[in-house]
Design a protein around this ligand. Structure first.
Ligand code: SAH
Ligand code: SF4
Length: 405
């Protein structure tokens, strides 16, 4: 099988060329062709000797995931469904703004962590994406959208906020990050590349040895009791440990960057004024910015987005307590591309997706029975049979097992 060169960071590509008996500087040349020029055809790499190009054509390829479907939202956001083989597909979203173009990149097919408000989690988990499949999303988006009039690629920022938990795919994510930030590849600044994590503490502790990318932490609750419900990994790594670990990483950075605390606001669950006050106290000695994300609805969830007045009350309390707070504008939910709506196609290994679908079916069934029960007279007249309340209680809804991390 041919070696996909998107699987190598700069160092690994250098070692690979050495193994082939080639000079190390070939790695720099090829890396620049792939990432600076967006080239995937060895024949076009004009500063490589013809014999080397022929050899590369026999042994290697430059292959980003193939596109299965693409959609454009009314606000210009683009979403691609990318085939990563064996029945799996992941989603990548490009969000154009006046001063930047942000690509939201997936790192796993599905997610093992099953946060209660996340569509990806409901799909179960299949596998980690390879380095080529992660960096290939950036390569594909740049290739598809093309360079601007200024000669620059459209993707200026990358957030690892697509499908999956990046820090549970540590090695491949680190290699892909190094290609995003490497001068000979995309050369994005560390401020423009953000890892978002639900709080895998041992991996955050290791981060400083591998990258200096920016960090966003999915907190979503001001205390362990509520966070245990929303973000199950909190039972293993509670808030205090998480904040300690994040501070440890931030302390190693050479500049004065602060982490972003992400807080998805869910009506009646974590959006009360008291939650905002508790959050303000919790983060009192923890330098950070806070990003509020109004919950984005999806089919298998009963949660609701709070009203704009409760979102602004929540924001105001934090603002008055001295925090820098932003509210993420919901983009592209008309194509299911907003935060937490990414689903792709996952050959679920955990059987979780089936359980959620079954549970939703049971609920739908129960709702229609209960409607029928309310109209019992009519139903009885029509069918000659009375429906009892016990019918509605016949099937218990199975809660999925806790993830093993
Ligand atoms: N696994 C990582 C990154 C992917 S999720 C993490 O959890 O951080 C990216 C962000 O979207 C997270 O902050 C996540 O909590 C948020 N999110 C998930 N589902 C959401 C939903 N339905 N509405 C709004 N935000 C959601
Ligand atoms: Fe996984 Fe992040 Fe979704 Fe939680 S919010 S289930 S960690 S993708």
């Amino acid at each position: 099988m041919k070696q996909n060169l998107l699987d190598f960071d700069f160092q690994q590509l250098t070692a690979w060329f050495a193994e082939q008996g080639e000079k190390p500087f070939r790695a720099r040349q090829v890396l620049r062709w792939i990432y600076k020029s967006g080239e995937h055809d060895f024949d076009a790499m004009s500063d490589l000797a013809k014999t080397l190009r022929e050899k590369l054509k026999q042994t290697a390829c430059i292959q980003a995931p193939m596109v299965m479907r693409e959609e454009t939202a009314s606000d210009g956001t683009r979403k691609w469904l990318l085939d990563v083989g064996t029945g799996n597909a992941v989603e990548t979203v490009f969000i154009p703004e006046d001063d930047r173009g942000t690509l939201c990149v997936s790192t796993q097919a599905g997610c093992a962590l099953d946060c209660s408000f996340c569509a990806t989690g409901k799909q179960g988990f299949n596998r980690n994406l390879t380095t080529a499949e992660i960096i290939g999303q950036v390569w594909w988006a740049n290739h598809e959208l093309g360079k601007g009039a200024d000669g620059n690629w459209p993707v200026t920022n990358v957030v690892l906020m697509g499908m999956g938990e990046p820090l549970l795919n540590f090695e491949n994510v680190m290699d892909a990050l190094s290609l995003m930030m490497e001068d000979q590849a995309y050369g994005l600044s560390k401020r423009r590349v953000t890892i978002s994590t639900s709080g895998v503490v041992p991996a955050i502790d290791r981060l400083k040895n591998h990258t200096d990318a920016s960090l966003a932490v999915s907190l979503h609750a001001p205390n362990d009791e509520l966070r245990n419900e929303l973000v199950p990994i909190n039972r293993k790594y509670p808030i205090k440990e998480l904040l300690r670990s994040v501070s440890g990483y931030m302390d190693t950075l050479s500049d004065r960057r602060v982490p972003v605390i992400e807080y998805t606001l869910i009506a009646g669950v974590n959006d009360h004024r008291q939650h905002a006050r508790e959050l303000a106290v919790l983060l009192k000695d923890f330098p950070c910015k806070i990003n509020l994300i109004p919950f984005n609805p999806f089919a298998l969830s009963d949660y609701r987005r709070p009203s704009s007045s409760s979102i602004s009350n929540f924001r105001q309390i934090l603002h008055e307590a001295g925090y820098t707070v932003t509210v993420r504008t919901t983009r592209a939910d008309d194509i299911g591309a907003a935060c937490g709506q990414l689903v792709g196609e996952v050959g679920d290994n955990t059987r979780r997706s089936q359980r959620y679908r079954d549970a939703a079916e049971v609920q739908k069934d129960n709702e229609s029975r209960s409607n029928l029960e309310q109209n019992n007279e009519t139903a009885a007249q029509v069918t000659g049979k009375r429906f009892s309340r016990a019918d509605n209680l016949a099937v218990a809804i199975d809660r999925p097992p806790r993830p093993s991390v």
